[in-house]
Design a protein around this ligand. Structure first.
Ligand SMILES: Nc1ncnc2c1ncn2[C@@H]1O[C@H](COP(=O)(O)OP(=O)(O)OP(=O)(O)O)[C@@H](O)[C@H]1O
Ligand SMILES: [Mg+2]
Length: 265
C-alpha cells in the first residue's frame, strides 16, 4: 500500500464500534422510532455495505457515524473515541449527490474542507492534487462542475472525502445517480482506491449486485424501526471481476439478501 505523496502518512485504519444505538425522531404528530438497538463492529480496513428497505435508517446511522447527528441512545466510537461532531481527520463522507459548489473548480471543491481548517494555500493545493490524482482526475483540477460528467463529479466528491486522509470513508448511495456502465466503472475504481489506501469503508446501496460485488461484509437491516437482521461475509476472492457476477456463489448471496428485503416489502 502506497501512502499518498504530500498527504499525511496513513494512520492506522479506523475501527468502528456501534453499541445499542437507537434513534427516535420527535415530530409534531408522533415519535418516529428510526433505529432500535443497533450494534455493529467494523474492523479496520474492511469494506462493509449496508442494505435495507427505504426508510429503515441507513442514512441516519451513517450520519451518526459521521458525527452529523447524535443518537438518542447507545454509543458510537471511531478509532476508539466517540464521534460527537464531524471530524474530517477521522471520517470522510460522500453523499448520493456530488454536492459540489458550482462556482468553485474541482480543485477548489476538494480543497474546501482544508480551507475551513485554515490549512496554507500551498499545502491545500498539494493535497487536493494528490487526491484528484488518486481518483483518476489528474489534469481536471481547473474544471468547474458543469464541465464534468456525473461520474467525474462523483470522483471529485470522493477526492474531497479523502483529502484529509481519514482512516474511515462513509458513502451514502454514492453511485445511485449514475448510469449502469458508469456505476460499474466507479465500483471498480472505488475498490482500486480502497485497496491502495487501506481505508475502512461503510457504503450504503439499494443495489444488491453492487453490495455483493464490493463488500467484504453485507449488513442487512429490517424495515423501520431499523434493526440488523443479517450479516453476510462475502468470501469471493479479490480483485472482483465481472465474471463473478454470474457465478453461483454470487447468486446465492444476492438471493439471501433479497429474501430479507422481500419479506419486508
Ligand atoms: N429529521 C427527521 N425527522 C423525522 N423523521 C426522520 C428524520 N430523518 C429521518 N427520519 C425518518 O427516519 C427513518 C429513517 O430515515 P433514513 O433516511 O435514515 O432511511 P434510509 O434507510 O436512508 O432510507 P432511503 O433508503 O430511502 O435513503 C424514516 O422513516 C424517515 O422518515
Ligand atoms: Mg438514505
Amino acid at each position: 500500500m502506497q501512502p499518498l505523496a504530500n498527504i499525511t502518512p496513513l494512520k492506522p485504519a479506523g475501527a468502528i464500534e456501534v453499541r445499542n444505538v437507537g434513534q427516535i425522531f420527535k415530530t409534531t404528530s408522533q415519535d418516529v422510532v428510526a433505529l432500535q438497538d443497533v450494534s455493529l463492529d467494523v474492523k479496520p480496513g474492511r469494506f462493509v455495505v449496508l442494505v435495507g428497505p427505504s426508510g429503515c435508517g441507513k442514512s441516519t446511522l451513517l450520519m451518526m457515524m459521521a458525527g452529523l447527528r447524535q443518537q438518542t441512545s447507545g454509543t458510537i466510537t471511531i478509532s476508539g473515541a466517540p464521534i460527537l461532531e464531524p471530524d474530517p481527520n477521522r471520517v470522510g463522507v460522500v453523499f448520493q449527490e456530488a454536492s459540489l459548489f458550482p462556482w468553485l473548480t474541482a480543485e477548489e471543491n476538494v480543497e474546501f474542507p482544508l480551507a475551513l481548517r485554515r490549512v496554507s494555500k500551498d499545502e491545500r493545493r498539494a493535497k487536493a492534487q494528490d487526491a484528484l490524482k488518486l481518483v483518476g482526475l489528474e489534469g481536471f483540477g481547473k474544471r468547474h462542475p458543469h464541465e464534468l460528467s456525473g461520474g467525474m463529479k462523483q470522483r471529485v466528491s470522493i477526492a474531497r472525502g479523502l483529502v484529509q486522509d481519514p482512516p474511515v470513508l462513509l458513502m451514502d448511495e454514492p453511485f445511485a445517480a449514475l448510469d449502469e456502465q458508469t456505476r460499474m466503472t466507479m465500483g471498480d475504481e472505488l475498490l482500486r482506491i480502497w485497496a491502495a489506501t487501506g481505508k475502512t469503508v461503510v457504503f450504503v446501496t439499494h443495489s444488491l449486485t453492487e453490495a455483493v460485488y464490493l463488500a467484504d461484509e453485507v449488513i442487512v437491516m429490517s424495515p423501520r424501526p431499523g434493526r440488523i437482521v443479517d450479516h453476510l461475509q462475502v468470501s469471493l476472492p479479490r480483485p472482483r471481476t465481472y465474471e463473478m457476477l454470474s457465478g453461483d456463489a454470487f447468486g446465492r448471496m444476492r438471493d439471501r439478501i433479497w429474501q430479507h428485503i422481500r419479506k419486508s416489502a
